[in-house]
Structure formats: structure tokens, C-alpha cells
Design a protein around this ligand. Structure first.
Ligand code: DGJ
Length: 317
């Protein structure tokens, strides 16, 4: 089922955004963060279906009106990790202390057997990024990833390793080395009689000193009831997992990709960004972007048919 485009300037969950050239915005598996007075977003360009079609970059003043910056990282036949037919998913970018930008990527083979973490760097958020390398962090398999930058400048990588669980890794100061596992979480054993595994498509935010970790169960392109846990530190101890949205809605038919912090003058808002995958038409799989109410250890996704956010004040309407 393909989706029509949202009217420009509005956020319509379940509809693709249209970019400044009238094309469907390719922010699948997106990472989004505020840089200066704009929000930059990097996503999978699914014009090649399930295999690598480039990392697309866009920017927006309001999370609704998107300007395309083209490919931040393009298909590169002579770089094995970026060659046609490879899988490159969930681009996530953090600003490094030296003013450069570091892009983290899920690097894989078409059968998802490689399960590696890749790095690319650039002088500007929109790139072009120079690809550095890939590895299995500390020897662990690594598929879906997320990133988090703490107030003290410490960067964390969130990475799904179904042999051990969802890891939170501390990164080096320059963000280019995975230093150590600080915590590993598992989904409830009752959900996984075949053995331990953690959630995937991870994202993290920090609100009033409490860390919130989000993830999805492992159901391929099908959506499920996504979960979150809280902890006083990225090292835990993590609470039990709770539902992000009303149970049975499969997170309003979406899979979390990132949660964007919008620090406004009237309030800090949190914006959930998820994917409603259509395995038969990944290119036109729409995003589900919704307000997330976060306070006192609870995170609740709120359905809106159509909405906007004033990113100056943080007020949602
Ligand atoms: C689930 C992951 O969350 C997606 O990013 C993608 O890798 C699909 N699996 C592929 O089946």
C-alpha cells in the first residue's frame, strides 16, 4: 500500500513528506538532530529497494518542510561496504568535538549476515561524507543502531546484537572508537522462548536527568508494539519495558527510528520518528511522526491526524 504525500508544512503521520523539488522524502530509518537553527535528517534512500541507494540528507526549520541536500553518502562501486547490492541502513550522525560530523551506519550483506557498524565523516552536516571503515563492535554482531550524545559530551552507540541483547556502548571522545559496553538489555524472556535477545531500532533521549531507551521487537518489516525503559544512567539499571503506544496498535503501525528533542522557549518537546514499512514498496514507505509526551518516567505516543510544531517555542498544534 503506497502513501500519498503530505501537504507541505504539515506533519501527517503515515504520509510521505514532499521535498523542495516535489519528490518523496527518503528518510527511512532516519536520524534527526538540531544543528544551529535547523533540523538535519539523514535517511535511507530506498530508490534501490532493500539494498543501498545512498544516504539522503535533508534539513528543515519545522520538521515538516524539507529541503533536499542530495546524497550525504552515495553508492560507491569501488568501496565494498557501499557497493551496489549491499545493505546500508539507519544512518545516524553526531557532532564531534573538533567540529566535524560523524555518521554511524548499519553495514550489511544482502542476507544480513555481515552485521557490522560503519563510520563516515564530514566537515558539514550535509556532507559529502568520507567513508572510513566498518567493524563488529568489540567483536559483537551489530545490526540496527541508534546514537545518543550526553550533556557532558559523551557519545553512546545503541546496537542490536541478538546473541546478547541490545547494547549501549560508550564511544571515544572523537566518536571513532567503540570503547566499552556500559549496559545490555533483553526483551522479556516470555517473548523469546528460542533464547535471549534484545530490542532493535534503538533510540535514546534524556529528560530531567532520566534516560529513556526505545526499541522495537524483531519482526522484520512488520510493526509491533514498541517498548521503552528508563534508567538513571546509560549504564542502567534499566526499568522493565513499557509500551510506547496503546498496546495492540503496533505503535500506530510504525517502528521507532529516532526521537528528536526540540528545546523551545515555552517547552521542550519530544518528537517520535518512526517507519511504516511496506516491504513491497520501501521507497514509498511513509514515516510516522508524532508528539511523544515524556515526563516522570513515562513516555506516551499521542496520535494526531495532522499537526505542526513551532520549533522556536516547542508548542505543538
Ligand atoms: C528490521 C530492521 O529494523 C530494519 O531496519 C530492516 O533491517 C529490516 N529488519 C529488514 O528486514
Amino acid at each position: 500500500m503506497s502513501s500519498s504525500l503530505a501537504p507541505r508544512g504539515s506533519i501527517v503521520p503515515g504520509r510521505l513528506f514532499e521535498d523542495d523539488a516535489g519528490r518523496p522524502v527518503q528518510l527511512h530509518g532516519a536520524g534527526i538532530r538540531r544543528i544551529g537553527d535547523r533540523y538535519y535528517a539523514w535517511g535511507e534512500d530506498k530508490s534501490h529497494g532493500g539494498t543501498f541507494g545512498g544516504v539522503a540528507c535533508y534539513s528543515s526549520p519545522d520538521l515538516a518542510t524539507w529541503t533536499s541536500h542530495g546524497h550525504a553518502l552515495a553508492v560507491t562501486p569501488d568501496v565494498p561496504d557501499l557497493a551496489p547490492g549491499r545493505v546500508v541502513e539507519r544512518p545516524k550522525v553526531l557532532p564531534a568535538p573538533d567540529g566535524t560530523y560523524v555518521m554511524f551506519l548499519h553495514i550489511d550483506s544482502a542476507d544480513y549476515a555481515d552485521a557490522r557498524l560503519g563510520w563516515a565523516v564530514a566537515d558539514r552536516p550535509e556532507g559529502p561524507y568520507t567513508y572510513l571503515r566498518s567493524e563488529r563492535p568489540l567483536g559483537n554482531i551489530s545490526r540496527d543502531i541508534g546514537v545518543f550524545l550526553d550533556d557532558d559530551g559523551t557519545g553512546y552507540l545503541l546496537s542490536e546484537d541478538r546473541e546478547h541483547g541490545l547494547h549501549v556502548y560508550r564511544l571515544s571522545v572523537d566518536l571513532l572508537t567503540v570503547e566499552e559496553v556500559v549496559s545490555t538489555t533483553l526483551a522479556p524472556p516470555s517473548d523469546h522462548p528460542a533464547g535471549p535477545h534484545g530490542y532493535e531500532s534503538p533510540a535514546m533521549i534524556k529528560v530531567d536527568g532520566l534516560y529513556y531507551l526505545f526499541g522495537s521487537d524483531l519482526t522484520g518489516w512488520s510493526t509491533n508494539d514498541n517498548k521503552y525503559a528508563t534508567a538513571p544512567s546509560p549504564a542502567g539499571p534499566w526499568s522493565a519495558w513499557n509500551d510506547v503506544a496503546p498496546p495492540g496498535t503496533a505503535t500506530f503501525d510504525s517502528q521507532v527510528s529516532d526521537v528528536v528533542t526540540v528545546p523551545g522557549t515555552e517547552q521542550t518537546a519530544y518528537v517520535y520518528v518512526g517507519d511504516r514499512w511496506d516491504r513491497h514498496d520501501l521507497f514509498r514507505s511513509p514515516p510516522v511522526v508524532l508528539p511523544l509526551q515524556v515526563a516522570g518516567g513515562r513516555a506516551d505516543l499521542v496520535w494526531r491526524d495532522s499537526w505542526t510544531i513551532d520549533t522556536t517555542t516547542g508548542v505543538i498544534s
